[in-house]
Design a protein around this ligand. Structure first.
Ligand code: 4AD
Ligand code: MG
Length: 439
């Protein structure tokens, strides 16, 4: 075999598989994160998106030109390396590459993000580069795992994925957070929730879910609010409030277990205390709104019955438990127009929020949907919504109406809790926040 054929036969591998190929000649394509040189030996740490590996070249291992090029390598320069993998217990992954050839694909000028500390605003301004850091990659890998876990779980429960529209003619979650946009000669709004469409789809398929972005012009600048976030929304025909609560519980237990099982390395990178996650086993407490208010009062919190819980109230309630908790039967007046009244007390609704532990607060909202066409029509009026935009939705109560229920689970808030983040801004690649639309 000529030298050229031998070289081109070198397999391009990814760093995460290097440990299984000790002794083999391989090619690595990646970016330099650190370089240090001790005279006649060059140490490069290279990352390729699957992991990081130390790569070592002696002056005699490379051609004179390659050796010189290697001396000029800067942080985030792109390289293609070939060499032999050697076991080295001191290295991450227990492996090191002995470089035999080095090609510089691009040489980066001084990189704006260095190992020194940067402020959050600076990092957010450089989000397009910040994504390359090990911590940000670990968080976003956990995000991808959570989304896969959601889909696999719902598919396994017999729910059909139905995508909801992004342009909508009407509000689902109140008019104050609507994003208005031009739709040719009409007005349209970016979707706040796919729920109403899932209700229609549930009457076709029985069990459905959507998973996509939602948009809310939230004027709140908190650790929990994004302007654009992702939500999964199952809707289930012939189901009642207890059915969807049990479904949420199974979904959350399965999701946490899957992240623990498959993303252990990433959880280590972000230093998550996984003993807290290991305790996420059902059943989770179900607490009636009335009892939740009593618990707040007993804790000396001056909460007014009838109000919605604020972040400190949710923290007070959820901190008492190791698992997420369900708070049920919120007053109808503080919930959306489509909530079914509680037959035991029509002032309350068949609603449920799931609050995550460790102070993360609400991650899921849902409940049983309004069954009565007359009451639905009244509520649409009371909420100042145009009847005409809801005629199609009201058809669902005219033709084969059945009890049905569903929920929406926020991807970013679920990730923030599972990954132990102190702000949702790190839970999505390019966050849209009150004062941030770039990068
Ligand atoms: O409680 P919400 O507003 O419920 C709905 O939208 C229902 N239509 C869902 C349904 O029943 N199909 O939102 C559901 C979840 C919240 O619990 C939260 O996790 C997330 O969506 N969420 C947000 N996440 C980040 N930033 C925001 N501004 C969010 N608003 C809601
Ligand atoms: Mg809610």
């Amino acid at each position: 075999m000529s030298e050229e054929t031998a070289a081109s036969a070198t397999p391009w591998i990814r760093i995460h598989e290097a440990g299984t190929r000790i002794g083999q000649s391989v090619e690595i394509r990646g970016w330099v994160t650190h370089r240090r040189s001790s005279g006649k030996i060059q140490f490069l740490v290279v990352r390729d998106g699957s992991g990081e590996m130390q790569c070592v070249a002696g002056v005699r291992d490379l051609s004179a030109g390659q050796w010189e090029a290697s001396q000029a390598l800067t942080q985030e320069s792109a390289v293609v390396l070939r060499g032999t993998l050697k076991a080295d217990a001191r290295q991450v992954g227990g492996v090191e590459l002995g470089i035999q050839s080095l090609e510089v694909i691009s040489l980066a000028p001084e990189y704006p993000i260095t190992p020194k500390e940067h402020g959050v605003d600076y990092l957010m301004d450089h989000r397009h580069l910040w994504l390359r850091s090990p911590r940000q990659q670990a968080i976003l890998r956990i995000r991808a795992e959570i989304i896969s876990a959601f889909r696999d779980f719902m598919n396994g429960e017999g729910f059909v994925l139905v995508d909801a529209p992004i342009f909508t003619p009407s509000a689902c979650e109140g008019t104050t957070t609507l994003f208005e946009t031009q739709y040719f000669d009409d007005k349209a709004y970016l979707t706040q929730s796919g729920q109403l469409y899932m209700e229609a789809a549930a009457m076709a398929f029985g069990r459905v879910y959507c998973l996509g972005p939602a948009f809310r012009a939230e004027k709140s600048k908190t650790r929990r609010h994004l302007i654009e976030f992702w939500m999964m929304e199952p809707e289930w025909a012939f189901a009642t409030l207890p059915d969807v609560i049990a479904l949420e519980e199974r979904l959350l237990v399965a999701t946490v277990a899957r992240v623990l099982e498959r993303r252990g390395e990433d959880l280590k990178v972000i230093e998550r205390d996984t003993t807290r996650l290991a305790r996420v086993q059902g059943p989770f407490p179900r607490i009636h709104y009335d009892d939740a208010v009593k618990m707040l009062h007993a804790a000396g919190i001056p909460f007014e019955y009838g109000n919605d819980f604020g972040a400190p109230d949710e923290t007070e309630l959820s901190n008492r438990y190791d698992t997420p908790i369900f708070v049920t039967h919120y007053p109808a007046a503080i919930k959306a127009f489509y909530m079914e009244p509680d037959p035991a007390n029509p002032q309350l609704s068949l609603s449920c929020d799931c609050l995550a532990p460790e102070g993360y607060g609400e991650i899921v909202g849902g409940g049983q949907r309004m069954s009565s066409l007359d009451l639905l029509t009244q509520r649409i009026d009371q909420h100042g919504l145009p009847q005409s935009a809801f005629e199609w939705y009201k058809d669902l109560r005219r033709y084969g109406s059945v009890p049905h229920a569903g929920f929406g689970i926020g991807v970013e808030r679920t990730l923030a809790w599972i990954a132990g983040l102190d702000h949702v801004r790190e839970s999505i690649a390019f966050p849209r926040m009150l004062y941030r639309l770039t990068p």
